[in-house]
Design a protein around this ligand. Structure first.
Ligand code: SAM
Length: 327
């Protein structure tokens, strides 16, 4: 499933997704310590700080330095109870070294609406801006750099794997060919190339706005794929999960909110491994491994937003929350 941009842009800052469920199911207690791996605008962080008052501490991480500055101001009233760090959750263990053992680690993956709504960040296919897409603008390759240097085969792989784009081959050809004629440095240029390629595929005349089934913009999958590639999002998630779980104290809760099937698959698989009861071969009638599961599942099935939440915050439509509790 895709995270649709059309539904992500609220224009009113970031509305935290599944917040009530996260708080209810992780059940923070006064004095507990919490790590928020994806601080964003601080909606989750503020709720955890309130629930762990008077002396619970929170460590918040984010890759986005500009957003971190805003959120620092929002959380200033909590003083030393909130420690905020610019960094990636891929390096969670080393960042959290000086923080007390947490009872809760939470990650609300993806992008904040604050970044998405800012055309200068290059995440939006609905607004023109530089083709950047880096969550951490202090380093690394932009989407424009990637498109300039990528081969057709590499781009096809990115679009197919990270965007589940059914026309990855045609789009990769069209994008690389366009970039060879003239560097693609703006989001509008990339959108125009994708639009042209899709019109050729669908034999759609120029002019009328082109939307695919269920209101999907033709650029949705390409933008998702490039963003995931530029930020190494899946690799970071895979690196973070075991570190987060190891940091937790016994009885601690790990809560992850994901927004597309690629992320959710990684989270689901990781949590399933933790909760496995028996590893004996299936043909063996009696268990001899006596395995003690490392965790129990709190959510069993992924928790999804209610119709009421989706009506208020359409971005929540694709969110899935999974939680395990450390044995
Ligand atoms: C969906 S927002 C979180 C919103 C937050 N829960 C709130 O209530 O405001 C996700 C945030 O995670 C950050 N992020 C994404 N990948 C990250 C990573 N590897 N390390 C740290 N932060 C990351 C993004 O910059 C973004 O601000």
């Amino acid at each position: 499933m895709l995270a649709h941009e059309g539904s992500q842009t609220s224009g009113a800052g970031h509305i935290p997704v599944l917040l009530q469920d996260v708080i209810r199911l992780t059940a923070p207690q006064p004095g507990e310590h919490v790590i928020d791996c994806t601080l964003g605008a601080g909606g989750y962080a503020e709720a955890f700080l309130a629930a762990t008052a008077p002396d619970g501490q929170l460590l918040g991480l984010d890759l986005d330095a500009a957003l971190l500055t805003r959120t620092r101001a929002r959380l200033a009233p909590y003083g030393a109870r909130a420690q905020l760090v610019h960094g990636s959750f891929a390096a969670l263990a080393s960042i959290a070294k000086v923080f007390p053992t947490p009872s809760i680690v939470v990650a609300d993956l993806g992008l904040s609406s604050v970044a998405l709504d800012n055309p200068e960040r290059g995440f939006s296919f609905l607004q023109d801006g530089p083709l950047d897409m880096r969550m951490d603008q202090s380093k690394g390759e932009t989407a424009a750099d990637l498109i300039r240097t990528v081969s057709v085969a590499q781009l096809e792989h990115i679009l197919k794997t990270y965007g589940e784009e059914p026309h990855s081959h045609t789009l990769a050809h069209a994008i690389v060919a366009a970039a060879q004629r003239q560097p693609l440095t703006r989001t509008a240029q990339l959108v125009a190339v994708i639009d042209g390629a899709y019109r050729a595929i669908l034999h759609a005349p120029a002019g009328r706005k082109l939307w695919l089934g269920r209101g999907i913009h033709p650029a949705t999958r390409t933008f998702q794929a490039l963003r995931i590639a530029v930020n190494g999002e899946l690799e970071a998630l895979e690196a973070m999960l075991p570190q987060a779980f190891d940091l937790l104290k016994p009885g601690g809760r790990l809560a992850i909110v994901s927004f597309h099937s690629l992320e959710d698959r990684i989270v689901k698989q990781f949590m399933k491994q933790l909760c496995v009861r028996c590893t004996c071969p299936p043909e063996q009638l009696q268990c001899t491994c006596s395995r003690i599961p490392r965790a129990t599942s709190v959510t069993h099935k992924a928790v999804q937003a209610s119709p009421e939440e989706i009506a208020v915050n359409p971005r929540s439509r694709s969110a899935k929350l999974r939680i395990v509790k450390k044995t």
